[in-house]
Structures are given as C-alpha cells and as structure tokens.
Design a protein around this ligand. Structure first.
Ligand SMILES: Cc1cc2nc3c(=O)[nH]c(=O)nc-3n(C[C@H](O)[C@H](O)[C@H](O)COP(=O)(O)OP(=O)(O)OC[C@H]3O[C@@H](n4cnc5c(N)ncnc54)[C@H](O)[C@@H]3O)c2cc1C
Length: 296
C-alpha cells in the first residue's frame, strides 16, 4: 500500500508529527510495535509539560491516542524491521506487511540500558525492574535499591519512596547530574539513603529471585527489588544499513530533522541532541511533519 508519509513510533514525537501531517492533508500511516504513548507509559508523574500542571504518563498517552482516533489517523501495531529505498520511493517492511511512501519519519525512541551483570536477564521481573510505575507496588513496605544519577533515576526514586519502606539510591559518582530541584527533594526524603561512588558488582539470588546486591565487590546489601535507571540505548537496528546513525545508534539530523537520506526524517529521543524531553520530542515531530507535508 502507498502513503505520502509513514511515521514509525507512536510516542510523543511520532504522534505530534502525525497530527501535523494529517491536518496538512497528508495521507499518513503510523506504525507502532507495542503501544501508543511509548515511554510515557512507564512515567509516574509529569509536571513540566505546558497545559498539564500534573499528569501521569499513561493519562497523557491516552489523551494523545484519543486525538489520533478523533483525527482518524490510521495506525497499525506492527514492528518495522527494514527500510529500503527504490528511486524516490521508500519501502517500509514490518513483521506482517510491506508499505511504500514518499517520506518516512523515524521516531522509535530508546530503551533502558541494563548493568550487564551475570543472570540479569533471568532476574528481570524477579526482583529487577526498569519501570517503577509498573512494578513499584510489588515492593510495598519492602526495601529496594535504585541505581542511577540522572533525572529519571531520581524522579523514579521519589515515586518509589511513597510506596516502599526504604530506598538505597546507588550512584557511581560523587554528585548527581539531575535537576537541582529533584536533588533537593531526594536529599530531604526520609526513607532514601544515598550511596555515592558505588557500583553494583554482582546480583545475589535465591531460587531465581533477587535477594540482594554486591557493591564495589565488597559490601552486600539485602534488598527485595532493584530499579535500574542508568541510561538508554536508541532503537535503530532496522535502520542501521541506511548509514544515518552515529556509532552509538542515535540518528543525525539537520535543522529540519531530515537525515542525510532525502525524505527520511527523525525526531524525539532517537536523534542526537541535548534535551531529551516530551516538549522537545513533540516540537521535533511537528517541525519534521510540517517540512515533509509541504513536499508531498
Ligand atoms: C522514567 C522517565 C521519566 C521521564 N520524565 C519526563 C518528564 O517528567 N518530563 C519530560 O518532559 N520528559 C520526561 N521523560 C522523557 C520523555 O518521556 C521522552 O523524552 C519522550 O517521551 C520521548 O518520546 P519519543 O516519541 O521520542 O519516544 P518513545 O516514547 O520512546 O516512543 C517511541 C515509540 O516507537 C516504538 N518503536 C520502537 N521501535 C519500533 C519499531 N521497530 N517499529 C515500530 N515501532 C517502534 C516504541 O514502541 C515506542 O512506542 C522521562 C523519561 C523517562 C524514561
């Protein structure tokens, strides 16, 4: 099937782009591998997006999804596995179908990085989590650790502090690299103990369930759960052969959010940039869509 434009990813960037493209009269298709809203679905609380003094990530996702439906923008839950170029046409292959279009916007975001320690994969869901919002209540009145030192780690530690008994916040450096306001809230939180200059060096488990962690190859800490927020890896495997990514997998774009392949755009957490936020993702998606909608 042929479209003017195909947008890959239904996070903030992809949805913002779809709204602008559709309203500009584009014949647009959204492709999403999991669920609308993307990473918003794992965020407890958003307090810095204009128009919403305070909103949960899932609620914002739902409102965005309702907007897509109201505008009758077609979408399909299909994972994109390949993009090829035939003259001016772009071919997008999913696990189910193949589509053609003039322009593509890649807005596939990024996923949490794990620590890479032995048995980590097996312990996910059995004591190890990357989503406080999804799994926090499993640890009500229990002791957990959060690892990381950026905004996400601190924000999610604060969320967990209202549910769990005690949090050990483990950071490998001497200072956090998060917003000042968040750091102050963490420091004044009664049930958060900060452990600076420390790294988790091993997992301790019993019958396949996490029971503790080893820190700096020395001390052992008994915990019921561990939440990992140490960074993210871009989701661009399907676009590797287009030569539009840097060695870390992030996509390089110009000021119109177009890559070095004409007609292929990228926006949101997937691109090389300074600010990874909802407001920037929305703005980039919108800017790209305005640009490619004029070309169709
Ligand atoms: C814990 C946490 C808290 C945060 N808190 C805030 C906050 O308070 N305020 C703020 O402004 N920002 C916050 N952020 C950052 C913000 O959420 C992101 O910058 C923004 O949501 C990114 O949107 P996106 O559309 O680029 O990517 P995503 O939301 O990641 O969407 C990408 C979508 O693409 C889909 N996809 C991936 N690969 C494929 C494929 N091959 N085929 C089809 N679909 C695919 C994914 O399933 C996903 O739905 C937070 C982030 C985290 C992790």
């Amino acid at each position: 099937m042929k479209y003017d434009s195909i947008i890959i990813g239904m996070g903030v960037a992809g949805i913002a782009a779809a709204i602008y493209a559709k309203r500009a009269g584009n014949n647009v298709l959204l492709l999403e591998k999991e669920r609308p809203g993307g990473i918003l679905n794992i965020i407890d609380n958003i307090e810095n997006y204009p128009g919403f003094k305070k909103i949960s990530g899932p609620d914002l996702s739902l409102q965005m999804f309702e907007q897509i439906n109201e505008l009758k923008i077609p979408y399909k839950i299909e994972e994109v596995i390949d993009i090829t170029i035939q003259d001016d046409l772009k071919i997008v292959k999913t696990k189910k179908e193949t589509y053609q279009c003039n322009n593509i916007l890649i807005a596939t975001g990024r996923s949490p990085i794990l620590l890479g320690l032995p048995k980590e994969e097996e312990l996910i869901g059995k004591g190890i989590s990357t989503c406080a919002l999804c799994d926090g209540t499993l640890y009500k009145n229990k002791n957990v650790a959060v690892v990381g030192g950026g905004n996400s780690a601190l924000q999610e530690a604060l969320y967990l502090s209202k549910i769990v008994k005690k949090i050990y916040l483990i950071h490998r450096r001497e200072e956090f690299r998060a917003e000042k306001e968040l750091i102050e809230k963490i420091k004044s939180s009664e049930n958060i103990e900060i452990i600076y200059n420390s790294q988790i060096t091993n997992y301790i488990e019993e019958n396949g369930i996490l029971t503790g962690i080893e820190i700096n190859e020395a001390k052992e800490l008994k915990i019921d759960g561990l939440f990992i927020y140490i960074g993210y890896a871009p989701k661009t495997d399907f676009a590797k052969k287009l030569n539009i990514t840097n060695p870390a997998g992030y996509i390089e774009v110009d000021k119109n959010y177009e890559t070095n392949v004409p007609g292929i755009y990228a926006a949101g957490d997937i691109i090389i940039k300074k600010v990874y936020q909802i407001i920037t993702a929305a703005s980039e998606g919108a800017t790209a869509a305005i640009r490619f909608s004029r070309k169709n």
